[in-house]
Design a protein around this ligand. Structure first.
Ligand code: SGN
Ligand code: CA
Length: 531
């Protein structure tokens, strides 16, 4: 009997809708079906997308990152990847659990993580993967679910850092070398020593480029003759914005210290409002041997002397601070880029490139002078967004994707790659359908995203806030401040630098109401208990 052409199957019906994919198509596109791919998750700490040349930002044009760019050329660059809570420990908790901060307990940098929650590493291990964590762990609990680990103490140290490992009986042991290179070394050691009968999941977590931006000795003079461009809103006066933007303590002008951040250690009096002292800089340098220390002094000494003798003040001093900050930051990035290159080369030369998914991301974004700032925490784009590049073996290459992605998606993605069922309560979604569709969102993908920052009182004095965004608009609700709760609203297509708060603007009334409804919905559905 001839089939009634109208009696088509559900899958075929789906196929006719724009933005959908049939299982057959997915299979045809994915040459890895049935294989259990290895996973490498490379994550930096505070890496701004502005500092990856594949993202094309003016800053990165003069400080290219060829190895990260290679990854983007061979994979997908995601331009709309975001975090849920722009801070290290909470972000890492999202990564390990696939849950929002209030669900996994890790809302701030302090205590919080609910250790009864099963980590993705434990599930992967149970599922037959060999698991490894190298570098910055920075969780308020011991590493769990790892066969192999080498992790820094707390935030980690740049020069001759201490690490504890699966072999060190809980002891931190000092190692010789620069943090980024040591992370690379231990990552490659794991690849060498791993159980070759099992697929693996390797987390490579750099300390760099975290404050106070101490570069490898060989890069101390890199970019010295380059003048990096200031962002357009470097001199933001925060007009039209609320208390949070005005009262933050993360301004390059007023909070970035000459001594600790910019390494001009000769100054006795710190002219900024931050409490950092010369001792804090010394602490970062204290594990260096005398030869390395002499090289460090030889690099900064003459530059600092010239700077101090020039008697810079006001605007000229501020621009000098920006240049020193950005140069040290990009010098740190240069070592990370080398590390990415080494890992990619290892995969090439050991036949692993074709069966390993490589992910490059950061624990959040960072301000490179936008709004006059460094640090992160705000739901404004530079810190809310995080760089993300994924190379999937045999997948589409050189693609730029605007898929709406959040860091709670990594855990379910890796379980999906491993063929392990994700726990039902995981809030994130597997990115595999996005990857298999060459960066396009599959049907019924999220249209709105929820953000929540809780860490106050804390060092940079950013007010608590939650908010919702779609790909064009953003509604932020700041709460708990001395001037009362308030909202801000941005059209990030027309105003990507978020300089014009449109909250209360009649022309946007309906759009604001729409986002407010979505925010209320998130708060109800996710049982948000403070805002
Ligand atoms: C440290 C830094 C802060 C930074 C936090 C959180 N101060 O406390 O500037 O915001 O880490 O960073 S420092 O004086 O110790 O350098 S995070 O990336 O770990 O979230
Ligand atoms: Ca960080």
């Amino acid at each position: 009997m001839r089939q009634n052409p109208l009696a088509i199957s559900g899958a075929l019906l789906l196929a006719s809708l724009p933005g959908t994919i049939t299982p057959e198509e997915a299979l045809a596109q994915d040459k890895n079906e049935g294989k259990r791919l290895n996973i490498i998750h490379i994550m930096t700490d505070d890496h701004a997308f502005q500092a990856i040349s594949a993202y094309g930002h003016p800053l990165s044009r003069q400080a290219p990152t060829p190895n990260m760019d290679r990854l983007a050329e061979e994979g997908i660059r995601f331009d709309r990847a975001y975090v849920e809570n722009s801070l290290s420990t909470p972000s890492r908790a999202c990564l390990m659990t696939g849950l929002y901060s209030h669900q996994n307990g890790q809302r701030t940098l302090g205590k919080g993580i609910d250790t009864t929650v099963t980590f993705v590493s434990e599930l992967l291990r149970q599922g037959g993967y060999q698991t490894a964590m190298i570098g910055k762990w920075h969780m308020q609990c011991e590493p769990k679910g790892f066969d192999y680990f080498y992790v820094f103490r707390g935030q980690g140290e740049y020069y001759n850092p201490v690490l504890k490992s699966h072999l060190s009986n809980g002891q931190y042991l000092q190692e010789e070398g620069y943090a980024t290179n040591l992370v690379t070394k231990h990552a490659i050691e794991f690849l060498e020593e791993r159980d070759k009968d099992k697929p693996f999941c390797l987390y490579v977590h750099h300390k760099a480029p975290h404050r106070n931006w101490l570069p490898d000795i060989k890069y101390l003079d890199l970019y010295e003759d380059v003048t990096f461009p200031l962002p357009d809103n470097f001199h933001d006066d925060y007009s039209g914005r609320g208390q949070a933007a005005r009262d933050q303590l993360m301004s390059i002008d007023k909070d970035m210290t000459m001594i600790y951040d910019l390494k001009v250690g000769e100054l006795d009096k710190e002219p900024t409002r931050a409490p950092h002292t010369k001792q804090m800089l010394e602490w970062g340098l204290s594990r260096m041997d005398s030869v390395t220390r002499a090289k460090w002094e030889a690099a900064y000494g003459p530059k600092n002397k010239a700077m101090l003798e020039s008697g810079l003040e006001g605007e000229a001093l501020l621009e000098w601070k920006f240049q020193r900050y950005v140069k040290d930051y990009l010098r740190c990035i240069r070592s990370v880029d080398d590390s990415v290159g080494e890992i990619l080369e290892y995969l090439d030369s050991h036949g692993l490139a074709d069966n390993t998914i490589v992910v490059y991301t950061s624990d959040q974004g960072f301000y490179m002078g936008e709004h006059g700032w460094f640090d992160k925490r705000f739901m404004y784009e530079e810190s809310y967004r995080t760089p993300l590049i994924i190379r999937y073996p045999g997948g589409k290459a050189g693609i730029v994707s605007d898929a709406f992605i959040q860091n709670i998606d990594f855990a379910p993605t890796y379980l999906d790659v491993a063929g392990v069922d994700a726990p039902e309560q995981m809030s994130g979604r597997s990115l595999l359908p996005v990857i298999k569709k060459g960066g396009k969102e599959p049907w019924k993908w999220r249209k709105y995203m929820y953000y929540h920052y809780y860490d106050l009182p804390s060092e940079h004095n950013v007010l608590k806030h939650d908010g919702v965004s779609d790909k064009r608009y953003k509604l932020i609700h700041f709460y708990g401040g001395s001037e009362g709760d308030y909202s801000e609203f941005y059209d990030i297509r027309k105003d990507p630098s978020e300089m014009t708060n449109l909250y209360g603007d009649k022309r946007y009334k309906r759009r604001i109401a729409r986002l407010q409804r979505q925010l209320d919905k998130f708060r109800t559905e996710l049982s948000i208990d403070e805002y």
